[in-house]
Design a protein around this ligand. Structure first.
Ligand SMILES: [Zn+2]
Length: 428
């Protein structure tokens, strides 16, 4: 099969020949009959998400492995890491293997289960990290995401433990006693609205502590969804020391701010904007963009968090926290980072494919589009602008903050080891 007329990382148009799931030849005017017209789209290595909530097992009303990975494929992803806060929690070899098997059977992209750090995400006792690493799921990323491993002794032990198999602890950095009952970012807007604030220091204090712990034991730390300018400064400092710390930012933290809680196109107090960590200030957004551009923040991860309507369309204080993100991630990154001149397509490929695959220690994902590499390819047309229509999502949930917004770009096709999972924007 030949994918014709694509611009690899935005370069001059070329054709890609795919054979046996791998890239066999790249060049202009390749000979052959079995062709797909790339129509001048930008070709990126298949996107890799380090932070996806697939909700299965336990909350199949919100998402399943099947619908979540369909959503991923439509967003241009060829691999996702499935977070551990399912029901039951993915804290044993049995549960991670269950998720891994669901992926093998039903998924439209590769599914890599994340293992919980502590039993039941309760923060009291280390989960069976070694058994999960040795399981068929080959877990390398461990996280209590949704909750913070706030006990410093447990965090130290977890960091020490995963060194044996080159694992990484992905921390949801949030000091729980500083965020008890928090409803939104602590700042001018929360003060005006009288909502309990979520102080930046709750995130920053844990990141600083964890960087020090990771350095102390010589292990790998990954910081989930960095949301404040102060967090960026701490990570920049840790990296300047040569410590093994990586960090992610979500698309929504690159674009949206806390004043949307007070005033937005969908009214005030609309829980569509309720998310953990919360939307922050314009100054934070600027700092996050600059940090993603200069590499202080390594990657974009979606924190795709599907919730059914009844959990979101309720009063602000009772609403669930989180947003779906897989099907809009690339468009939001184009809007926030490419249109602003902060990143080119090679930079996007690094931050949404190459580096997340490296952090997750994935073989066969996040490789450059070159001869011999697996044919994991995303074709993206950055020239169109479209209105976000949640009813077209493959996700089971519709809790997107971008409904009705016009965003740039469209995923035209996604190929997983040469097999199309999306063609002309539609699931195959
Ligand atoms: Zn989280």
């Amino acid at each position: 099969m030949i994918i014709r007329n694509v611009r690899i990382l935005g370069a001059e148009p070329a054709d890609i020949r795919v054979e046996g799931g791998a890239i066999a030849e790249i060049g202009p005017g390749l000979a052959g009959d079995d062709t797909i017209d790339g129509a001048g789209a930008v070709a990126l290595p298949g996107l890799v998400d380090l932070h996806t909530h697939l909700r299965e097992p336990g909350r199949e009303d919100a998402e399943t492995v099947q619908t979540g990975t369909q959503s991923a494929a439509r967003g241009g992803y060829t691999a996702v890491h499935a977070m551990a806060n399912t029901s039951p929690v993915a804290d044993t070899a049995g549960v991670v293997e269950q998720v891994w098997r669901l992926g093998r059977e039903f998924a439209h992209c590769d599914v890599h289960p994340v293992g919980a750090v502590t039993v039941g995400l309760e923060g009291r006792q280390l989960a069976e990290l070694g058994a999960m690493a040795d399981s068929a799921a080959r877990v390398r990323v461990f996280s209590d995401d949704g909750k913070c491993v706030d006990d410093a002794v447990l965090m130290r032990r977890a960091l020490e433990y995963v060194k044996a198999f080159d694992g990484v602890i992905a921390q949801h950095a949030q000091e729980p006693r500083l965020t008890s009952g928090a409803q939104m970012n602590e700042g001018v807007v929360s003060g005006r609205l009288g909502l309990t604030g979520w102080p930046a220091v709750a995130e920053e204090a844990i990141i600083a502590r964890d960087c020090l712990l990771a350095a102390h034991v010589g292990s790998r730390l990954h910081v989930c969804h960095v949301s404040t300018a102060g967090s960026v400064e701490i990570i920049r400092w840790a990296k300047s020391k040569g410590w093994n710390v990586t960090a992610e930012v979500t698309p929504h933290h690159l674009l949206l701010t806390d004043d949307l809680v007070e005033d937005s196109p969908v009214g005030a107090y609309n829980p569509i904007y309720k998310v953990n960590p919360p939307l922050r200030t314009h100054a934070d957004v600027e700092a996050l963009r600059a940090a993603l551009a200069d590499g202080t923040i390594d990657i974009v991860a979606t924190d795709h968090a599907p919730h059914p309507v009844e959990d979101k369309e309720t009063e602000w204080s009772a609403a669930a926290m989180g947003m779906v993100g897989l099907e809009t991630a690339l468009s939001v990154v184009q809007e926030a980072m490419v249109e602003t001149g902060l990143l080119d397509w090679a930079g996007v490929a690094q931050r949404m494919s190459v580096v997340p695959a490296r952090i997750g220690r994935l073989a066969g994902q996040g490789q450059p589009i070159e001869v011999g590499a697996p044919a994991n390819i995303t074709l993206y047309d950055p020239s169109v602008r479209t209105k976000v229509d949640p009813s077209a999502f493959a996700s089971k949930s519709r809790n997107t903050p971008y409904e009705g917004m016009t965003l740039p770009g469209r995923v035209v096709a996604t190929f997983l080891r040469g097999r199309p999972t999306v063609l002309e924007g539609k699931l195959v």
